[in-house]
Design a protein around this ligand. Structure first.
Ligand code: SAH
Ligand code: DHB
Ligand code: MG
Length: 225
């Protein structure tokens, strides 16, 4: 896996913000612990980023959320906690063992009834959502295999509507756009997605750079025109 470099102060400030401002509840801490106990990689969003997702759900008034890349359900729980009564979240995960840990975590968090986990490669499960005639999603969070980021943006448009909020994690990836050689697996998809965010007339976007316990990265935010 590509190693992110971390300044100690970035991680320390992230911890400070978590404790001083964000206050993740016990179910979120337990989800992280369950993932670690299951030997899963600690690549969930930071607490302050999870809270941003939660606030974006509230601010946009989303009641239908699509997530691509579940891991142990940490970002899933943050978003589901902001859903109104009757809201739904569909999350796509490739690995059945990740999905099983996520299912326990979302149930323990008390939001399991709102969440459907679709297991398989997202490029196989997203067309099924389309075939089922799913109602448009109001908010889409993309955080899976970075090679397919442009395909996932395309699916966010297909399964969304004008006004759908699209968030894409790992949009800076240690500055891979300056030096593609640092990661020739994930880099091309990340850079191609930025080009699409900037040039596709169906999207209106920005990217915020971030630093924290997982290094130098970024959160892309877009709305479907
Ligand atoms: N959103 C999560 C982190 C996701 S990590 C959080 O913040 O808590 C990325 C996840 O995407 C991993 O669980 C990985 O197994 C999954 N993944 C990788 N390739 C995928 C694919 N093709 N389709 C669906 N999920 C995939
Ligand atoms: C990795 C993946 C992520 O989605 C992330 O936020 C951080 C790291 C990874 O595969 O290394
Ligand atoms: Mg990520």
């Amino acid at each position: 896996m590509f190693e992110h470099k971390v300044e100690p102060a970035w991680a320390a400030v992230e911890q400070y913000l978590g404790a001083a401002v964000v206050h993740p509840d016990d179910s979120l801490q337990e989800a992280v612990k369950a993932a670690a106990d299951a030997g899963m990689p600690a690549i969930e969003v930071a607490p302050n980023a999870g809270k941003l997702l939660n606030l974006l759900v509230k601010i946009s008034g989303a009641s239908r959320i699509l997530e691509i890349g579940t891991l142990a359900g940490y970002s899933t729980i943050w978003m589901a906690k902001a859903l109104p009564d009757g809201g739904r979240l569909v999350t796509c995960e490739y690995l059945p063992e990740h999905a099983a840990v996520a299912r326990k975590n979302v149930d323990r968090a008390g939001v399991g009834g709102k969440i459907e986990i679709r297991v398989g490669a997202a490029l196989d499960t997203l067309p099924v959502l389309k075939d089922e005639g799913a109602e448009p999603f109001d908010l889409v969070f993309i955080d899976a295999d970075k090679q397919h980021n442009p395909d996932y943006l395309e699916w966010a448009i297909t399964l969304g509507r004008p006004g759908t909020v699209v968030i894409l994690d790992n949009a800076v990836w240690e500055g891979v756009m300056l030096d593609p050689g640092i990661d020739d697996v994930n880099g091309p998809g990340i850079v191609a997605a930025l080009k699409m965010l900037g040039e596709d007339p169906r999207l209106d976007a920005t990217v915020m750079q971030t630093v924290g316990g997982k290094g130098w990265d970024g959160f892309a935010l877009a709305v479907v025109r």
